[in-house]
Write a protein that binds this ligand. Structure first.
Ligand SMILES: [Zn+2]
Length: 380
């Protein structure tokens, strides 16, 4: 399936691994919708690679897998309703990012990359470090100094080099861009920038979540609630549902509900107030560190995808995050604060969006530092 520059339409080159268009600096993306064929799902393939026919990659590409995907779906009560929780925090590195990293690592190996760099608030870096180790690619991860200790430890445990960058998440992205534009450090091969934000290869990986969800629920959910930072997960899953619709597997698209932390909610501001809302968007500190993204690279595509799914964007207040994590944990679902924003969203949504409601639980609570919630925030 062709990949092309979203700006000047140049096709993705046959060699190398540019993270953006060499001609105009535009973002690369798939030129056509994803194609899904239930008859081509191959259960003999590892992890998400059983859906490899939908990835738009060459037949001979060698899968890189740690058994990602096939995560449990757990029904639990929320605000008086049965809600389906997709437990993405049970992926090999502890987050949904593994679905994308598996595909990106496969592409890296296919293109012969020996060194790669990535920037991340934590989960994407840890996930990429795991899959780079699996693929035999040397990884260096730039992460904000504020990333949680367990995530930093995990990145180094996989054997990646960790570079800690002071300041907000965007500083880590700037640092890695400087390195890539300079061709890497002297004495080393120029690294591939295996960016989960710039490269499009992870999007078909995220689409596999939609395929699994429809299998597990026996059809599409009425609504799907998920946290949004860059919005890659929402975009990939949305494209997955569209592929299922085009294949006749589902007869309606679920309403997609993107959830942001109000401290850093540019897509919510745009959705709610139009372009004027962007002036209010800030990169303020939030417990939801994994979705603290002020300028989502594919923001337009994400909002278009939400519109195509009759979707909405909601913002959740900081005070709701830890109580939300407690409510989920009291149901046996242990997630990090970033993932817990979905609970505050459910409080706003139940009774107002189509049912059944499904929720993506994106990252494990084991990576978050211990926090004692202030007593004024306790709800249980
Ligand atoms: Zn271009």
């Amino acid at each position: 399936m062709p990949i092309q520059c979203t700006n000047c339409r140049q096709l993705y080159p046959h060699q190398g691994l540019p993270y953006k268009c060499p001609s105009c600096g535009g973002l690369f993306d798939y030129a056509a919708p994803l194609a899904y064929d239930p008859g081509q799902v191959d259960p003999r393939q590892p992890g998400i690679w059983r859906y490899r026919h939908s990835f738009g990659l060459p037949e001979d590409i060698d899968p890189v897998s740690l058994g990602e995907g096939n995560t449990p779906l757990v029904w639990a009560e929320a605000f008086g309703l049965p809600v389906a929780f997709k437990c993405e925090y049970l992926n090999p590195s502890g987050s949904f990012k593994d679905r994308g990293s598996a595909v990106i690592a496969g592409v890296l190996r296919w293109r012969g990359a020996s060194h790669a760099v990535e920037d991340s608030s934590g989960n994407a870096g840890a996930s990429f470090a795991a899959y780079a180790a699996r693929a035999g690619v040397r990884a260096r991860i730039y992460a904000p100094d504020s990333a949680s200790g367990p995530k930093r430890y995990q990145i180094e445990a996989y054997g990646a080099d960790l570079v800690r960058i002071m300041g907000p998440r965007s500083n880590a992205a700037k640092a890695v861009l400087r390195l890539v534009e300079a061709g890497g450090e002297s004495g080393e091969p120029a690294p591939a920038y295996a960016s989960h934000a710039y490269l499009p290869f992870n999007l078909p990986g995220y689409a596999t979540l939609a395929y699994e969800l429809v299998d597990q629920m026996g059809g599409a959910p009425g609504s799907l609630v998920l946290p949004v930072g860059q919005g890659g997960l929402l975009l990939g899953v949305g494209r997955g549902f569209q592929a299922l619709g085009a294949a006749g597997v589902i007869d309606r698209l679920p309403v997609l509900v993107g959830v942001q932390a109000r401290a850093c909610a540019p897509l919510w501001a745009l959705y709610t107030y139009g372009p004027a809302g962007l002036g209010w968007a800030a990169e303020a500190p939030t417990l939801a560190e994994g979705i603290r993204v002020l300028q989502p690279l594919r923001g337009d595509a994400v909002l278009n995808c939400i519109a195509a799914h009759q979707g909405i964007v909601v913002a959740v207040d900081e005070e709701e995050i830890i109580p939300g994590r407690e409510q989920l944990a009291h149901r046996g679902l242990f997630v990090e604060p970033t993932s817990a924003v979905v609970w505050g969203a459910l409080a706003q949504l139940v009774g107002k969006v189509p049912e059944p409601i499904a929720v993506v639980l994106t990252g494990t609570g084991l990576k978050a530092p211990a926090q004692t919630p202030p007593t004024t925030f306790r709800t249980a």
